[in-house]
Design a protein around this ligand. Sequence first.
Ligand SMILES: *[C@@H]1O[C@H](CO)[C@@H](O)[C@H](O)[C@H]1NC(C)=O
Ligand SMILES: *[C@@H]1O[C@H](CO)[C@@H](O)[C@H](O)[C@H]1NC(C)=O
Ligand SMILES: *[C@@H]1O[C@H](CO)[C@@H](O)[C@H](O)[C@H]1NC(C)=O
Ligand SMILES: *[C@@H]1O[C@H](CO)[C@@H](O)[C@H](O)[C@H]1NC(C)=O
Length: 309
Amino acid sequence: MKQYYLIITFLIVLTTSIIMYINKWRSGLNFTNKHAYFLYLKPKEINSHNDLITSQSQFDIVISYYSEDIDYVAQYIRYLRNVSNLKKFNPRIIVYNKNSKINNEVLKILLDADIIQLLPNLGREGATYLYHIIQNYHRIANHTIFSQAGVEGITNNGLANWYLDRLENQFNSSVGYMPLVNNHMITTYDCGLHLTGNFPRMVQMWAMLQHSLCPPGGQAVAFRGQFLVSRKRIQNRDLEIYKYMYDLITANSSHWLHRDLRSLFFKSTPDNPIFGHTVERTWTVLFKCSKPDLHDRCERRECACFDES
Ligand SMILES: *[C@@H]1O[C@H](CO)[C@@H](O)[C@H](O)[C@H]1NC(C)=O
Ligand SMILES: *[C@@H]1O[C@H](CO)[C@@H](O)[C@H](O)[C@H]1NC(C)=O
Ligand SMILES: *[C@@H]1O[C@H](CO)[C@@H](O)[C@H](O)[C@H]1NC(C)=O
Ligand SMILES: *[C@@H]1O[C@H](CO)[C@@H](O)[C@H](O)[C@H]1NC(C)=O
């Protein structure tokens, strides 16, 4: 019996690795959509255009962009701007472009973004979010949506039902943390252990953040790094924590952290570090919304942890 279990686990890990490899390969050939050509027009000085963030806003939407289908991302942004429960906050769209071949000015126009900045292609979306938090820690918006550009949760005529329901009906000004992924992307880890693959560094992250050993009973994890978080929850953690995580997630290839293993096919590199996948699974702990009933609460359409007012 135990052997069957091991074989099945091995096959799951193998299949996941292969799918991830194919996706990575496919994303390199993303030239099909009608506006993509303009994106690669050479700027006068290489990516001279970088907007500064100087003021605080009520609501920010932070998007990490690399080479995702531009029309798709523009549509996603239009959908977000059209959510009536958010309109009153006049959300600001902040796009971090991690592709130095792309012309920031064109990207800004095509996405109708308010602010655009170039970042080095390090540490996946986790590094982008940590960078935003570190740079704006003292003037961070009341609420921020952090999202990958290759979002799941949009349809041809608007946000998917579950996504719209969270923002229109479940979000209010006392939300502290809310995952913005489909319920099947929310699960429970047992101190870094999970059927889809283990992340031993999650135990260390728990210990560092909670000042205790990782307890049994499970910790909620929402995959993909898409969530909404309040200023209170961000500032509830010291700036130093974010800086430390940022240093690790952007570490160069000679750093010992890249010796971590995930599977046969997965090599940790600065643009796709295994630690980036650990951070993806750690936001719930960082923002104190990791009770194992999160998935069930999301099923019941109570998909958030609330701040005390
Ligand atoms: C904006 O949302 C409304 C419903 O609130 C919908 O009728 C309309 O089609 C949406 N517009 C766009 C451009 O998504
Ligand atoms: C946003 O935060 C500011 C500063 O704490 C506060 O004055 C304002 O009322 C907040 N806005 C909302 C909509 O809660
Ligand atoms: C937000 O919703 C929660 C859950 O329904 C509720 O407990 C809280 O009072 C609400 N906060 C505000 C400001 O409406
Ligand atoms: C990598 O980072 C370390 C520590 O910051 C530094 O000493 C080293 O020179 C860097 N190596 C490369 C190849 O950039």
